[in-house]
Write a protein that binds this ligand. Structure first.
Ligand SMILES: Cc1cc2nc3c(=O)[nH]c(=O)nc-3n(C[C@H](O)[C@H](O)[C@H](O)COP(=O)(O)O)c2cc1C
Length: 406
């Protein structure tokens, strides 16, 4: 009777009846500057201990523990004002935290104004941007959910309009763009519609590095648990056509290739690089070097010549290759791309192709995805108390195998 709706006042209460005065208090979540009922254990945690490696088993990333292995992949919302988070981001990201994702990641947050994809991208280039980020981090923490930020720079793909307005059009001055300040690894334009950028100088790259480190510091001030970096859209030289060593374009100059930009910071948290694992117009798929604790490959999108045939689990072979390349290390690997069911996700983990799944569009399709995937496994997971009691705290109504979470 998965997900059966019963009237709240008739719902069988599956948890231990309250017995002491202490148990009768609707306690608030600790360590946050507002009241919201504590979620103990957090939503998305299974009732029963699941075998190591399963979708609903915990994942330890350095000192951080996720309660399940379903991660919200970064998704641009083109809804920020001058790089500042708005109510949209809070509702959008907060909804995933409430409904039991193991880790919620922001969309790409630009380290500098000119590094935004669109004028409405998020940013962390000034201190005022910390507070709205801190508010959603606090909210995720109040739900017991880990929260990460994806930092990035759009390089030569910067200054475009939101995709629902036009998927290719550049943002010009009249639409709050910065056509005179788009910087790339060379003056070679991405596609004809994008702005012709200027080639980055060594000074640009040094500033970029400083911007990056400053943004990581701001993210840490906001309390994020993890930072993911988006493989920067091209202030680095991914596919030089001419083979010439362009000035200052050595990847080692760039902060996302420099784990110290993350790890040498005080209180630095796990670092999850998004790895460009796919360069279709070259020799074919291949794993590239991945550093950090939870690399997530992505399909790149760094060169217009790429032909990407998306299909169910289309990027899993890249995760598998990265896992193999990193065998014997403690690095965990995440995979992403058309993972559409709990069964599919579990099969990926069972095959040891990845340690966690990142999910994008299916979370937009169904913000209750974690509940549905648990249903597929006939798994009882904790729901947020405000919702769970209405279902008798259990969606499967099966007897529990253990009571370790009570
Ligand atoms: C609306 C939308 C916005 C996205 N924005 C970002 C982003 O900001 N950073 C990023 O690395 N990937 C971004 N992606 C890619 C997703 O994180 C994910 O890798 C991709 O959609 C494949 O996963 P899926 O099939 O589960 O959606 C975006 C995808 C979508 C659908």
């Amino acid at each position: 009777m998965t997900g059966k709706i019963v009237q709240a006042d008739q719902a069988p209460i599956a948890s231990t009846p309250c017995s002491t005065e202490e148990n009768l208090i609707n306690h608030g979540a600790p360590n946050v500057p507002f009241y919201t009922p504590v979620q103990s254990p957090p939503a998305g945690t299974p009732w029963d201990t699941e075998p190591e490696g399963s979708l609903f088993s915990p994942l330890k990333v350095d000192g951080m523990q996720l309660y399940n292995r379903i991660i919200v992949s970064p998704m641009c919302q083109y809804s920020a004002k001058d790089g500042y988070m708005t109510m949209w981001h809070h509702v959008h990201l907060g909804g995933f935290a409430v409904r039991g994702a193991g880790l919620v990641l922001t969309e790409v947050v630009s380290v500098s104004p000119e590094g935004r994809i669109s004028p409405q991208d998020l940013g962390l280039w000034e201190d005022g941007q910390i507070e709205p980020l801190r508010q959603i981090v606090d909210f995720a923490h109040s739900q017991g959910v880990k929260f990460g930020v994806q930092l990035g720079h759009a390089g030569r793909k910067a200054s475009t309009v939101a995709p629902w307005i036009d998927r290719k059009a550049a943002a010009r001055d009249y639409s709050e763009g910065w056509p005179k300040n788009v910087i790339g690894p060379s003056a070679e334009v991405y596609i004809t519609q994008t702005i012709v950028q200027r080639e980055a100088t060594i000074e640009d790259l040094d500033k970029f590095k400083q911007d990056w480190v400053a943004a990581v510091r701001r993210a840490l001030k906001a309390g994020v648990d993890v930072s993911e970096r988006r493989l920067v859209r091209e202030p680095h030289p991914p596919l030089p056509r001419d083979g010439r060593p362009a000035q200052g374009r050595s990847p080692s100059r760039l902060p996302h290739h420099d784990p110290h930009a993350h790890h040498s910071l005080p209180g630095a948290r796990p670092f999850a690089p998004a790895v460009d694992a796919r360069r279709e117009h070259q020799a074919g798929p291949g794993a590239c070097g991945a550093r950090g604790r939870l690399p997530r490959h992505h399909r790149g999108g760094i060169d217009a010549r790429q032909k990407i045939a998306a299909k169910l689990g289309y990027q899993v072979p890249y995760a598998e290759a990265i896992k193999k390349a990193l065998a014997g290390t403690k690095t965990l690997v995440g995979t992403v791309g058309e993972i559409e069911s709990g069964r599919q996700a579990q099969a990926i983990l069972d095959a040891r192709w990845a340690d966690a799944v990142f999910v994008g569009r299916q979370f937009l399709n169904d913000s209750f995805l974690v509940w549905r995937w648990a249903d597929e496994h006939e798994e009882d997971i904790h729901l947020p108390s405000q919702y769970g009691w209405a279902f008798g705290n259990t969606r499967t109504h099966k007897p529990k195998r253990s009571n370790q979470h009570e």
